[in-house]
Design a protein around this ligand. Structure first.
Ligand code: NI
Length: 173
């Protein structure tokens, strides 16, 4: 396993729609392992393939927040929201591609998601609470959408300018 470099916003690759995965092979299994390791190392609770510059529809999640909780790593290939609740929920979201910036985003509080597992099997499951927010946030990444796209333009521009400054500083050091 290896850590992958996480792209920082603004980056054109974070704004693109990604390609469906057609076959599960060793490269994809390695990518899933690397993404989980990169996510836990960050630390974060979700990561989408385009965030590590791979333009494929795959996400990883583990939203068990308690320190003594058993890890629950999930790998979702070609995930799709097939049902969402009318009830909505507001969570303060962040993103590993937008470090140290947080904002409240409203989304359906429950979703049902269908995806393919690493074993090639089709899975379908309901997500609620933090898991629902996280899975929707990560699926958005596969369509080039970031959580700041839900914010008012002024707030979004402010965060983008901070990230541009951060990237200049990172490039210098
Ligand atoms: Ni994100």
């Amino acid at each position: 396993m290896a850590l992958r470099k996480i792209l920082i916003h603004p980056d054109p690759r974070l704004k693109k729609t990604t390609d469906p995965v057609t076959t599960v092979n060793d490269d994809l299994r390695r990518l899933a392992d690397d993404m989980l390791e990169t996510m836990y190392d960050a630390p974060g609770i979700g990561l989408a393939a385009p965030q590590v510059a791979v333009m494929s529809r795959m996400i990883v999640l583990d939203c068990e927040k308690e320190e003594d909780a058993t890890p629950n790593p999930m790998v979702l290939i070609n995930p799709e929201v097939v049902w969402s609740s009318d009830e909505r929920n507001v969570y303060e979201e962040g993103c590993l591609s937008i470090p140290e910036q947080y904002a409240e985003v409203e989304r359906p509080s429950e979703v049902e998601v269908q995806w393919m597992g690493l074993d090639g099997k089709t899975m379908r499951e309901k997500f609620d609470g933090l898991w629902a927010t996280c899975v929707q946030h990560e699926i958005d990444h596969l369509d080039g959408k970031l959580f700041i796209d839900y914010l008012k333009p002024l707030k979004r521009q402010m965060i983008t300018r901070k990230m541009q400054k951060l990237k200049r500083e990172m490039a210098r050091s």
